[in-house]
Ligand binder design. Structure first.
Ligand SMILES: NC(=O)c1ccc[n+]([C@@H]2O[C@H](COP(=O)([O-])OP(=O)(O)OC[C@H]3O[C@@H](n4cnc5c(N)ncnc54)[C@H](OP(=O)(O)O)[C@@H]3O)[C@@H](O)[C@H]2O)c1
Length: 326
């Protein structure tokens, strides 16, 4: 089968498209013919060996996909051949076929296209769990989203609005902020044009209730300072490449709560809440109330260019990789 292959760790340019063996299917696995994959920031990190888990080359990168089930292992009862599914994995999605545990895929709601489903799982589920359960966002609250033009950020803007918040989007360009506006943001702050602390004070004179931060670096502290007493700050990722250090007196003075969200560990600690949230956010997808914002599409042959686009922080919303060539 055709697949993107990482033969050695490095920048996006080390990934080349070639022929590889189809993956084996274990008793608990399903084999999916991939229609569309989505490129995520962690894919760049895995290829560069900068991720928290090392994957030894050679390997097929790619962590998010949608397609059709073409084989099920002997122990699989939850999905069947012919089902349209979307799912995630550590690696393997930038290929014509992927084999994953049956629990890693979800049946795509009727009427939702595979290329829509392909970009939904990672960003929207992350944003929804972070907002709904970790932040405990309530109707009428003020939400600040950092990296609001990115995959997780735009999903957080869209879902924060759905959950009844007023959203202040922080991003680096007018194009990213225009996308955030289309996803429901009320206030737009370009952190390249202004001092972020001052700009947030002007936009939110009474302060915010919640910050969602998938970026880290020098944006975290000004956003935390924009919280009102009792506000909640949720750290989700460090796409800037820098892990912020927060002066704890800021937390003490306002009684701010800093909370973290990491998918796998949170799922292990809160399986029932995870299932409830997943059902809710899938319902939003099925009814058209939430959908990935897709800015760029590449063919499988151009996987290295797609990874470079994401690595440079240029992506607006989701970046898709057409594998079937449709
Ligand atoms: N905790 C979890 O379970 C979980 C789940 C999914 C993702 N994540 C993490 O969340 C983060 C965001 O993911 P994403 O898909 O939203 O990523 P993304 O769309 O590629 O980037 C998000 C934003 O980060 C900023 N950024 C990206 N690259 C940068 C760079 N090289 N230098 C400075 N700023 C940069 C950009 O914001 P501006 O242009 O506005 O500056 C960008 O829009 C990643 O670190 C990812 O690993 C965590």
């Amino acid at each position: 089968m055709r697949a993107a292959l990482c033969r050695t760790h490095g920048g996006p340019e080390v990934v080349e498209v070639t022929q590889v063996d189809v993956p084996a299917v274990a008793a608990g696995d399903v084999r999916v013919r991939v229609d569309t994959a989505a490129v995520n920031f962690p894919d760049v990190l895995v290829v560069a060996n900068d991720y928290q888990i090392t994957v030894s080359p050679p390997f097929v990168p790619g962590s998010e996909f949608a397609g059709e089930v073409i084989e099920v292992g002997a122990e699989v009862t939850t999905v069947q051949v012919g089902d349209r599914v979307f799912g995630s994995a550590l690696v393997g999605a930038f290929a014509e076929q992927i084999a994953v545990p049956a629990g890693a895929v979800t049946v795509v709601p009727e009427g939702v296209a595979l290329d829509v489903a392909a970009g939904f799982g990672v960003a929207h589920r992350t944003a929804y769990h972070a907002l709904r359960s970790v932040a405990g966002l309530r109707i009428g609250e003020e939400l600040i989203v950092l990296g609001a033009g990115g995959g997780v950020g735009l999903a957080a803007v869209q879902l924060g609005k759905q959950l009844g918040a007023t959203v202040t989007a922080v991003a680096s360009s007018s194009a990213k902020l225009a996308a955030a506006r289309r996803c429901g943001a009320g206030n737009l702050v370009n952190h390249r044009d202004a001092d972020l602390r001052a700009a947030l004070r002007e936009a939110l004179p009474d302060g915010a209730d919640v910050v969602i931060d998938p970026v880290g670096g020098d944006r975290s502290e000004p956003a935390l300072r924009a919280l009102r007493p009792g506000g909640r700050f949720v750290t989700v990722g460090y796409a800037s490449g820098a892990i912020p250090r927060i002066p704890l007196n800021l937390v003490l003075l306002k009684g701010i709560e800093i909370r973290g969200f990491e998918f796998r560990s949170w799922a292990m600690r809160h399986p029932e809440e995870m299932a409830r949230n997943d059902a809710e956010v899938l319902g939003l997808l099925a009814t058209g109330k939430a959908a990935p914002y897709v800015e760029a599409r590449f063919d499988l042959a151009d996987t290295a260019a797609a990874l470079a686009h994401v690595a440079a922080g240029r992506a607006i919303g989701k970046v898709l990789l057409s594998v079937s060539g449709r």
